[in-house]
Design a protein around this ligand. Structure first.
Ligand SMILES: *C/C=C(C)/C=C/C=C(C)/C=C/C1=C(C)CCCC1(C)C
Length: 253
């Protein structure tokens, strides 16, 4: 028992260390950046990695984890995972939107769908163990709603948002496509991992589950941030396009 918990704690500390290291890296890397447009990207990515660091620290210290009773059985809920995702996942979409030159309306749609995805994911987790394991109720219903939100997000990424990069310089387009594909592959692993884990099929124990989510989180935030922020030409092209769009922060609809 102790060794299992120990292993799990180790992953959470590793996640904390990884997110902190990433945050520091982005901070140092972005310190001397003068360009206002380019700084926007640093700020968005820094907020995402710093938020994840805090939530991982909360889980590693045991504060971000609580035990709830579901149908008479105690279950461990990692609530800090969701307070992380509700803030960090919209930020990653905002970064993609800024890069692609999304309209305000498109950004609002992405952020809204993303918020619904995380909120219904919380409902899926909280309804685990209620005994309602039928397709029309309980965790699988909410898992389905949340996954539908994720699929519509990917639809918007591959459709309208990709279309906004059509007339943009090649470097911008290629960075956007790399990040978009990374999001598609990595984010689709989350619902599958959730389903295999303690809330679904129970094929992975909680420490394997924690290790998996940590790996996904590190790739989704740090690898994403690294690819974005090291694409100098793409960031400059995005800045020029945004400046050209009548001085507004975002191009008007
Ligand atoms: C940095 C953190 C990221 C990118 C987290 C992404 C999380 C998801 C894509 C979660 C998705 C889920 C579903 C689609 C179904 C229900 C279970 C969730 C919340 C794991």
């Amino acid at each position: 028992m102790t060794s299992v918990l120990g292993t799990e704690e180790m992953w959470l500390w590793l996640g904390t260390a990884g997110m902190l290291a990433g945050t520091l890296y982005f901070l140092v890397d972005g310190w001397g950046v003068e360009d206002r447009r380019r700084r926007e990207f640093y700020v968005v990515i820094l907020f995402a990695s710093a938020t994840a660091s805090v939530n991982y620290l909360a889980m590693a210290l045991g504060f971000g984890i609580t035990t709830l009773e579901f149908g008479g059985r105690p279950a461990t809920v990692y609530w800090a995972r969701y307070t992380d995702w509700i803030f960090t996942t919209p930020l990653l979409f905002i970064a993609l939107g800024l890069l692609a030159g999304a309209t305000r309306r498109q950004l609002a749609l992405l952020v809204g769908l993303d918020g619904l995805m995380v909120a219904t994911g919380v409902l899926a987790t909280l309804s685990t163990g209620t005994g309602a394991y039928v397709p029309v109720g309980g965790p699988f219903l909410w898992w389905g709603v949340s996954t539908a939100m994720l699929l519509s997000l990917l639809y918007f990424l591959f459709g309208p948002l990709t279309a906004r990069t059509d007339a943009k310089p090649a470097e911008l387009r290629s960075t956007f496509v790399t990040l978009r594909n990374l999001v598609a592959v990595v984010w689709l692993c989350y619902p599958v991992w959730w389903l295999l884990g303690t809330n679904g099929a129970g094929l992975t124990g909680s420490y394997v589950e924690t290790a998996g989510f940590m790996t996904l989180d590190l790739i989704a935030k740090l690898a994403f941030g690294y690819v974005l922020l090291s694409s100098d030409e793409a960031l400059d092209a995005a800045g020029r396009a945004a400046d050209a769009a009548s001085g507004a922060s975002y191009p008007a609809d």
